[in-house]
Write a protein that binds this ligand. Sequence first.
Ligand code: SF4
Length: 387
Amino acid sequence: MFGVLAPVESLYLHVPFCASKCSYCAFFSHQPEGEIVDRYVSALVKELEMVSGELQLRTVFFGGGTPSILSMHHWEKILVAVGALGVDEVNEWTVECNPATLSKDKAMLLKEGGVTRVSMGVQSMDPDLLVRLGRVHSRDMVYKSYDILRDAGFERVNLDLMFAIPGQSMKVWGDTLGEVIAMKPDHLSCYEVIYEQDTPLYEKMNAGEFDVKEDLACDMFEELVRLAEAEGYHQYEVANFARHYGVETFEIPDEACRHNVNYWCGGDYHGLGPSATGYVSGRRTTNVRNTTAYCDAIESDQRAFDEVEELTGLKRAGEIAAFGLRMNRGWPFERFNQVTGFDLREQWRRVMIDLVDRGLGVMEPGRFRLTPKGLRFADSSGAEFLV
Ligand code: SF4
């Protein structure tokens, strides 16, 4: 099954610039100073040309960093380059944005350039927590930018939130959820705060400036699932909730992020830009985590790989099992077999029985999925499939 050279349908492009660094963030990003932004945009366009022969795109995702921090001039160049790939078949093109870096003109430019979906990082609607997280935007900017997106004609908008933030009470979390849901986004992504090494938040935790409250985090997650479902958002992955406008029964709601569904289902994708990871035909590549080094490599007609890993079929199948089980529908056995060439019931029978015994998994006719408790601990449940 692995090694078959089919066109790559998904493309991730990393924009490594942010106005300032949020206190919890471990993504690769830095301030857009000097000539580096010009160099980066030219290099990204060139890297795109390097892989263009392998692409037949269905989904495109610009993440970061803060893609919306790029100027109109830079976006014009990028939109032309992506458009030149022939994006007629692209049914989802997402750009992440920060509420502080979006203007009416930029939103119109993205829309007219073919972008179909915007994912906006809100994180919280509480002014004190926004400061604590180091966010550069205010709650008013969230409302303003959301209106700009809708006025520009974006029909698919995701809002990102965080919970279990130090100092966040259940009431504050409930208020943020209520306010955001009242805006009627099509999709919600809600992540528990992670304490990543080398971040200011991690240092503060280590210094004992606050306690990590596991029980409160669990209660917040339960409240999220309850409220989102009550308001018509269908949980389709641990942290992701989407509207479904069709009437037919479904496994994945209409407004789900198709690009991410491709990740979770083990699909191939190219990753461009500094620090971006790609996976194509059994080979995982990671670009160098340094924008100058990235530009140097691409300008010298080289790929900017920092790491290349050839995965065995079984190792990749284990990863695909773990990723796919993050989704509420779990893994249908037949589909898993088609994607990986392995049979879940043979290879991971004991693991699945153990998860069922611990109340974390459910064996259904034709599929295995995690229970709500298993989803809450999807990372550790999924880790048992890794080989
Ligand atoms: S805006 Fe996003 S990528 Fe940039 S520092 Fe904050 S969390 Fe990280």
